[in-house]
Design a protein around this ligand. Structure first.
Ligand SMILES: [Zn+2]
Length: 109
């Protein structure tokens, strides 16, 4: 299974869900890549009805902030939602794949 790779700062231990050389929290370059826990819950979300560019064909879709089990928050598209109207905060999701246009994609479990 594809892994979700992020970055941890070795100075302040800040974790972020993308690969970066510079800590977004303290600016340190003393960072290391980290495999992020691929399970999480929906922290907040919105249903997108109007897309543009490469997202236009996806609408309607769920755009959510996921709180992973190691407490990293990331914004992601959630796929395989059986019913967008019944999606709610706290629903369990897991990492599905990395999309080169969109970034990480999660799915409802
Ligand atoms: Zn830092």
């Amino acid at each position: 299974m594809e892994k979700l790779i992020g970055t941890i700062c070795l100075d302040c231990e800040y974790k972020v869900a993308n690969v970066t050389d510079l800590c977004p929290s303290c600016g340190s370059e003393n960072t290391e890549s980290l495999v992020i826990e691929n399970r999480g819950t929906i922290y907040s979300f919105t249903i997108v009805h109007v897309g543009f560019g490469h997202m236009a064909s996806r609408v309607p879709y769920a755009l959510a902030v996921i709180d992973t089990e190691d407490h990293i928050k990331l914004t992601t598209v959630v796929e395989d939602v059986p019913d967008l109207d019944s999606l709610k905060i706290g629903d369990k999701v897991r990492f599905k794949k990395m999309d080169e246009m969109i970034g990480p994609i999660f799915q409802v479990v």
